[in-house]
Design a protein around this ligand. Structure first.
Ligand code: DX5
Ligand code: ZN
Length: 264
């Protein structure tokens, strides 16, 4: 099982003190999630490559760029070249997602593909071997602090099944907090983006630790339940087979008895 990873989103941090805000989660966070919005793909405008490049110089935490922009084919490679550890673009915006994923990997970044809540995961299953990360948005992209969309949970489960043994991380983003992270973990997510739940807390590093513990706990419980069900199914299957064999023997005996009666 892949480890639980927490990627705090600086969208909920103080934009006037980004370097300091990055330091507050250093050592606790696996990634620093940076939401790039262009006011075209989403109705909000945040920051771009010059700010990300500056941030990369100010933090030791690997940067996970989530590009909510039009024409990622043109703009995404710059983030990988600047040193972002992971660059995620939206399927809905990309003209040539396979080519773009390959370009990102060639530039040394992990290649991520993001889907809005209404985009079916089935639309990108054939692309999975080209990817290092699949991001399933659990809110409509554009703003922090929105309500988690439970409607995405079955999609997370289907994505997890489709990923199987491939080395593709399954990331969720939007409304991920103490009250929702367990549902995401049970469904199969392994990288959790959290903005308000981390930077809205008095102690962001402690918030990360408790989110991680909740996700790990939920996964362990889910694993135990799955193992239990598999065990029960095995027993039930054996019992079913035994029952069928008994019925068949019973039927045969009944037939033999009938034949014996007929002969008399
Ligand atoms: C939303 C962004 C998220 C956002 C999440 O479009 O992609 O990364 O920061 O914020 P919360 O965790 O507050 O929902
Ligand atoms: Zn994001």
């Amino acid at each position: 099982m892949r480890p639980v990873q927490i990627s705090p989103s600086i969208l909920a941090a103080d934009f006037a003190r980004l370097a300091e805000e990055a330091t507050r989660v250093e050592g606790a966070a696996d990634w620093l999630h940076v939401d790039v919005m262009d006011n075209h793909f989403v109705p909000n405008l945040t920051l771009g490559l010059p700010v990300v490049a500056a941030l990369l110089q100010s933090t030791a935490t690997p940067v996970d760029c989530h590009l909510m922009i039009e024409d990622p084919d043109r703009w995404a490679p710059g983030y990988a070249e600047a040193g972002a550890g992971s660059v995620t673009f939206h399927l809905e915006a990309a003209a040539a997602p396979v080519r773009l994923a390959r370009t990102l990997r060639a530039a040394g970044a992990r290649a991520g593909l993001a889907l809005k809540p209404a985009t079916a995961v089935e639309s990108c299953l054939d692309l999975l071997p080209e990817l290092d990360l699949l991001l399933l948005m659990t809110v409509e992209p554009g703003f922090g602090g929105q309500v988690f969309l439970d409607v995405v949970l079955p999609k997370i489960r289907r994505a997890k099944r489709a990923i199987g043994d491939l080395d593709v991380w399954l990331q969720v983003d939007g409304g991920v907090a103490a009250a929702t992270i367990e549902r995401c973990a049970e469904a199969g997510a392994d990288v959790f983006v959290a903005g308000s739940a981390v930077y809205g807390a008095a102690d962001p590093a402690a918030a990360i630790a408790s989110l991680r513990a909740a996700a790990e706990g939920a996964r362990a419980a889910e694993g135990a339940q799955e193992a239990g069900e598999a065990g029960e199914a095995g027993e039930a299957g054996e019992a079913g087979e035994a029952g069928e064999a008994q019925e068949a023997r019973g039927a045969q005996r009944g037939q033999e008895a009938q034949e014996a009666r007929d002969q008399r």
